[in-house]
Design a protein around this ligand. Structure first.
Ligand code: ADP
Length: 267
């Protein structure tokens, strides 16, 4: 049962349309006077059993670095999703705006954002989930505190709960975000938290290249060090996420600690 906000007792007001995404249209709105984002699915996206199971898992997620889902309700057979409102838009747009403003990447701010994403991913890992679409387009920003925006992981469009072996078995590679995916994903069609770690490395690369789409790389190649990225972040953080052997990649806890160490040592 996903009528977590029963339509009858619903105090949901729709405001202006923000954007159209893959799932459907995103509106600004209010739920009992709290500002929210409302996602209304495109025609044809029906709440099948899989979506219902995912939504149930997401409703249970409570973490300061994960965009809170307040509720989901079925409406004309479609499933409308209600989220906490994030005033700063996506990290990708933030990076693109910085380029337009003629700024160079601010390593301190970016690493504080990376730290927050790692914190959210630790929660996801601890709850036996995977994200599967970790990229700057799926990080939303909130208010700034001392110049650092609050960052939260969103868009669990692909998020899945894992089986007992910590693996999610994919049906096919249709529409997968291949540039963010570890090479073995396309051999095994299995997705684990180590694959999210690979994507986290690609996300860091995006951060230092103003949110550009990363170039495609061959199986044994790696993305090159971005101009504005220091050797340490490239060699010790990004490259460690891209180790060929998934088991040798760092955990999100290790990444969080490494980023924290970097922030403490250099700033
Ligand atoms: P989809 O997953 O369907 O492609 P997204 O989740 O990427 O859609 O949302 C599209 C856009 O809508 C985002 O880039 C962002 O600008 C806006 N948006 C989505 N969720 C929120 C939110 N919780 N708060 C504020 N804006 C949001």
């Amino acid at each position: 049962n996903i009528n977590c906000i029963p339509p009858t007792s619903l105090n949901l007001e729709y405001g202006r349309q923000i954007e159209t995404g893959n799932y459907g249209t995103v509106y600004e709105g209010k739920l009992n006077n709290t500002k929210v984002a409302i996602k209304v699915p495109k025609a044809g996206i029906l709440p099948n059993e899989l979506i219902v199971r995912e939504i149930t898992a997401l409703l249970a997620c409570r973490h300061k670095n994960i965009v809170r889902m307040f509720g989901a309700y079925t409406f004309d057979t479609a499933c409308v999703l209600v989220f906490e409102f994030m005033s700063g838009g996506s990290l990708q747009n933030y990076l693109k705006d910085q380029r337009k403003a003629g700024l160079v990447p601010n390593t301190l701010v970016l690493m504080h954002i990376a730290f927050q994403i790692a914190e959210g991913m630790i929660y996801i890992e601890n709850h036996n989930m995977v994200h599967r679409d970790l990229a700057t387009r799926n990080i939303l920003l909130g208010e700034k505190i001392d110049g650092i925006p609050i960052a939260k992981i969103s868009d669990f469009g692909l998020a899945r709960q894992l089986n007992d072996g910590g693996v999610y078995q994919m049906a096919s590679d249709l529409a997968l975000p291949a540039r963010w995916y570890a090479p073995e994903t396309f051999q095994t069609y299995e997705f684990t938290i180590q694959n999210d770690v690979w994507s986290f490395g690609v996300l860091l690369f995006e951060m230092f290249t103003f949110g550009n789409t990363p170039p495609k790389v061959r199986h044994n190649e790696r993305l090159r060090k971005p101009q504005h990225c220091c050797e340490y972040i490239y060699n010790d953080i990004m490259m460690s996420c891209w180790k060929q052997e998934p088991a040798l990649r760092p955990s999100f806890s290790f990444l969080r600690d490494t980023i924290l160490g970097y922030l403490t040592d250099f700033f």
